[in-house]
Design a binder for this molecule. Structure first.
Ligand SMILES: Nc1ncnc2c1ncn2[C@@H]1O[C@H](COP(=O)(O)OP(=O)(O)OP(=O)(O)O)[C@@H](O)[C@H]1O
Length: 221
């Protein structure tokens, strides 16, 4: 079954471990469809339940993030039968790519850092953990250069400082691995988080602990 208004000329954008993403038109607007696939090793009934829970969970997280004032794509439609979520298509590039461009200036990096720090602080203060913060999961919009948060597939509600600390730690690791010469990006994210989050103290204390545990683990091997 196909949802009403879906253009047949869908173009594949990405294929991950859990889902594939198509660019298409949905009710006359530029959209994407993120479709989760069945996991053959799971019992079909269990697989269907889990897939549906993830699908609905992702759509809910995006709606919640937008209500918190975070720039994220608008959800257009959820088709539980096809395990698809349709959302507004962001015209832009992944932050990962924007940071690698020769035209990327220190001012750009500082602005990305401020926008990301503010977005994460809004999510965390609103009780939402993103769960997969990497430079592939932020997009830089073509028209105004604004940073948009995508991929809420691993997001979950939490008010626990440890969960928020881990969220930040995952991002720090991702930035250090993919952009080792642009560490000022994460410094700016943390400085902004500290300025804007009401609960910065508990989260950043936890973040420091998570980071120390991570260091110890990597020294031990
Ligand atoms: N709203 C959107 N607008 C434009 N492109 C998008 C949008 N959502 C996703 N994409 C594109 O599809 C890619 C994969 O999307 P997403 O990260 O949500 O799926 P995923 O299967 O979880 O990916 P991965 O397994 O790589 O984490 C993104 O990196 C981006 O290029």
């Amino acid at each position: 079954m196909r949802a009403l208004g879906v253009d047949d000329a869908a173009r594949a954008l990405s294929q991950g471990a859990e889902a594939r993403v198509f660019a298409l038109e949905f009710c006359g607007r530029d959209a994407i469809c993120k479709q989760r696939f069945a996991k053959k090793y799971r019992l079909p009934a269990l697989d269907e339940r889990l897939t549906r829970a993830r699908l609905v969970g992702e759509a809910r997280a995006i709606v919640r993030a937008r209500k918190l004032g975070v720039r994220a794509p608008m959800v257009l439609h959820v088709d539980a039968n096809e395990a698809c979520v349709y959302m507004e298509r962001v015209a832009g590039v992944a932050l990962k790519e924007a940071l690698r461009r020769e035209t990327c200036t220190r001012e750009d990096i500082a602005r990305y850092g401020r926008e990301i720090g503010e977005a994460i602080s809004k999510l965390h203060d609103g009780g939402l953990v993103h769960g997969d913060l990497t430079t592939s999961n932020f997009m830089v919009r073509d028209d105004d250069g604004a940073v948009v948060v995508i991929d809420f597939g691993l997001s979950y509600p939490s008010a626990v400082p440890e969960d928020k600390g881990v969220d930040l730690y995952v991002l720090e690791r991702a930035i250090n691995a993919a952009h080792p010469s642009q560490t000022e990006l994460f410094d700016e994210i943390i400085a902004t988080y500290k300025k804007t989050s009401k609960m910065w103290c508990a989260t950043l204390n936890r973040f420091a602990e998570v980071r120390a545990r991570g260091r110890k683990r990597s020294m031990v091997g």
